[in-house]
Design a protein. Structure first.
Length: 63
């Protein structure tokens, strides 16, 4: 059985800085997915970035 490690980055949408950090980590192979903070200040920015990276798995944190 192949072993798979999923590294998820939380709070995509918290701030532009957080978003850029997650994107950089994804592009460098550090993270494989992220979780969007849907009420974050930069959620629209995160949505735009995620459209540019369709292979980045994005889940949603609802509360």
């Amino acid at each position: 059985m192949e072993r798979v490690l999923i590294v998820n980055a939380d709070d995509f949408g918290l701030s532009k800085g957080q978003n850029y950090g997650i994107v950089e980590a994804y592009r460098n192979g550090v993270v494989t997915s992220t979780t969007a903070l849907v009420n974050g200040e930069a959620i629209d920015h995160a949505a735009q970035l995620s459209r540019e990276l369709p292979a980045l798995g994005v889940g949603m944190l609802l509360f």
